[in-house]
Ligand binder design. Structure first.
Ligand code: PLP
Length: 334
């Protein structure tokens, strides 16, 4: 099974007016730096501050009217997307979380209209509760990346990009579970088979990268990263996003925490844009020279839901603690 352009066109109709038409704008600094046009798809302008609303909207809209509601256990952008979409479509949403999730994230999801259920002390406990709601209460679980409607919804980004710039040479797509990269590659390549789509992720805990090398989904150790939205595995029983990323991507490039930090500074100090570390990996790949800009290059500024303490520390050149590791601070331009 794979997602086809027809699925993405149908998603485009379903999410119309709610999660669509973000600008695709040039970065003057990156264009000068790369010597090639460098464009950014501004998904930070979505109502929830991230692209995940596209997939969530399309998936929640497909839930049968007699279902008791929807559930998921993401505390990040997917949880926000599901909460917003369910409220919009008049469905009950229950987001399951462990007691270790920071209160700010709990409040953020509640503010979007979802119920929050706090269970246990790990992500696995939250997942078990979500599965229980599916089995005993008839809720429908929405996967953050391995769901046909979610992938088709994220694919609408690729369609919007390639419709305005059919001549684009290369697209650099932040990569985690691969729903975004799979959908975007399927859409863009259906319109222009020559466009290159490269997945970019952090070099620590790159689950999709190691799974593709191993030839099957594998587990990798999860490590704290500035690109926290790119953390997590791809699920050992992955049905869709693994095979699509393996078959459609022209490559995967890994960037370091230092390179992500530098890219966040460039985006802020040069283009005055505040975005998550996960949003900046495309810039990081070009700034580090790991990807050569050989023609018009695009990336997706995927989300802006970052911890402002971390943001201000990075911009003022302070060290940042990433789990056990201390990432040294650096003043921009120094
Ligand atoms: C989810 C997410 C990604 C990665 O998307 P996948 O479909 O999991 O590969 C990138 N950036 C942000 C901000 C996200 O929330």
């Amino acid at each position: 099974m794979s997602i086809k352009i027809e699925d993405i066109l149908s998603a485009q109709q379903i999410i119309k007016g709610v999660a669509d038409n973000t600008p695709f704008i040039p970065s003057p600094y990156m264009t000068k730096y790369a010597g090639q046009e460098f464009l950014m798809k501004m998904e930070i302008m979505q109502p929830i501050g991230a692209f995940k609303l596209r997939g969530a909207m399309n998936a929640v809209a497909s839930v049968p009217g007699d279902a008791a509601g929807v559930t998921c256990c993401s505390t990040g952008n997917h949880g926000r997307g599901v909460a917003f979409a369910a409220a919009r479509l008049g469905l009950r949403a229950i987001v399951c979380m462990s007691s270790l999730v920071p209160q700010a994230k709990v409040e953020g999801i509640k503010a979007l209209g979802a119920e929050v259920r706090i269970v246990g002390k790990s992500q696995d406990d939250a997942l078990a509760e979500s599965r229980r709601l599916v089995e005993l209460e008839g809720l429908v679980e929405i996967s953050p990346f391995d769901d046909p409607h979610v992938i088709a919804g994220q694919g609408t980004i690729g369609l919007e990009i390639i419709n305005v710039r059919p001549d684009l040479h290369r697209l650099l797509v932040p990569l985690s579970g691969g729903g975004l990269a799979a959908g975007v590659a399927a859409a863009a390549k259906a319109v222009n088979p020559k466009v290159q789509v490269i997945g970019i992720t952090m070099d620590r805990g790159a689950a999709m990268h190691h799974s593709i090398l191993a030839g099957k989904p594998i587990e990798v150790e999860e490590v704290a990263s500035l690109a926290d939205s790119l953390g997590g595995g791809i699920e050992l029983n992955n049905r869709l996003s693994f095979a699509m990323c393996r078959d459609l991507l022209d490559g995967i490039v890994l960037v370091s925490e230092e390179e992500i930090r530098d890219a966040m500074q460039v985006l802020y100090f040069e283009d005055r844009i505040i975005a998550e570390g996960a949003s900046c990996v495309g810039l990081a790949a070009v700034l580090s020279g790991k990807v050569k800009a050989e023609g018009s290059t695009g990336t997706i500024i995927t989300g802006r839901n970052l911890d402002m303490n971390i943001f201000t520390a990075i911009m003022s050149g302070q060290d940042v603690l990433l789990g056990e590791r201390r990432l040294k601070g650096k003043l921009y331009g120094a």
